[in-house]
Design a protein around this ligand. Sequence first.
Ligand SMILES: Nc1ncnc2c1ncn2[C@@H]1O[C@H](COP(=O)(O)OP(=O)(O)OP(=O)(O)O)[C@@H](O)[C@H]1O
Length: 266
Amino acid sequence: MEVIVEVEQLKKSFGKHTAVKGVSFNIAAGEVFGLLGPNGAGKTTIVRMLTTLLLPDGGRATVCGYDVRRQAARVRQCIGYVPQALSVDGALTGYENMMIFAKLLGLKGRERERRIADLLHFMQLEDAAGRLVRTYSGGMVRRLEIAQAVLHYPRVLFLDEPTVGLDPVARRGVWEILAKLRRTSRMAILLTTHYMEEADTVCTRVGILNRGEMVVTGTPGELKALVGNPDASMDDVFTYFTGNFLDAGGDFRGIRQVRHISRRLG
Ligand SMILES: Nc1ncnc2c1ncn2[C@@H]1O[C@H](COP(=O)(O)OP(=O)(O)OP(=O)(O)O)[C@@H](O)[C@H]1O
């Protein structure tokens, strides 16, 4: 098993508040690791440390064998990142958005054209490539953002809540793309999510965070077995390990986030 992401006792505080309290986990090539946890559990903070956007206060993390603190530039070369915020320009076509990223990455000539064409095809966006992105559906925007993030064929892909604000059909479309990426490239994928069906369907392994601590890691099947109920769902697993009930309505922050995402696409 080739370990690509290694996290050991990682810590981060903001002022007096410790957001991440000594978290450890590994991700191997070909795995989709889901970070679950209630609002404020520390998921985004961990992703931001592993993508070198935030310096850890303690512990150690390596990505592709490079230390996130001391070898940040190397880490950036081997990762792709799809943040929560919009990373495409609605006033450009899908092809133009891809071209900008490809140029920023230093790709040139026929190789650049080949990668853009291959990825637009992979993401089922080739027919829409010449259309302005502001005319795309939410699912198409997400697939374009993933295409941009993997133009340099990274060995690890980080996605922060990749399907928030998408309808169930669009959500499934993104899940299929992630499963296909994993199968075809053996990429290691880390995603954060609030959707238990996403954790169950796409993730090969999940870690449940609560108040900055990793409570448990395992495959969805292993975690369900730990709950001690043969019919346990991932919702039951989440409640069992965090003590949080999944409220169908979500909290204010969650709702605001979904509205924000819908607005940015509209
Ligand atoms: N830049 C910051 N300054 C101060 N506090 C912060 C900052 N970023 C995060 N926090 C705090 O750290 C804690 C963890 O936040 P984080 O965004 O990592 O949680 P999360 O699990 O991603 O939550 P959500 O599911 O709502 O996105 C929260 O209490 C949050 O308020």
